[in-house]
Design a protein around this ligand. Structure first.
Ligand code: SF4
Length: 64
């Protein structure tokens, strides 16, 4: 599973960073960075929380 970000929706508010700091990060310019696009089994629950917590519905998973 890979994380897909709809960059047109993301407003870099950092909700996903709080839910999964090992996967998402805000850089020096307050832009979202995905540290690990491929979701490891150990990170799946945190990534799911980030997806459901994103107030802009900017995150999803692809089967690739
Ligand atoms: S929670 Fe959503 S809007 Fe906020 S930084 Fe993450 S992807 Fe962007």
């Amino acid at each position: 599973m890979k994380i897909v970000v709809d960059w047109g929706r993301c407003e870099a508010n950092g909700v996903c960073v709080r839910e999964a700091p090992d996967v998402f990060e805000l850089n020096d310019k307050d832009e979202l960075q995905v540290l690990s696009e491929t979701v490891s089994p150990g990170a799946r629950a945190r990534v799911d929380k980030a997806i459901y917590g994103c107030p802009k519905q900017a995150l999803s998973l692809s089967e690739e």
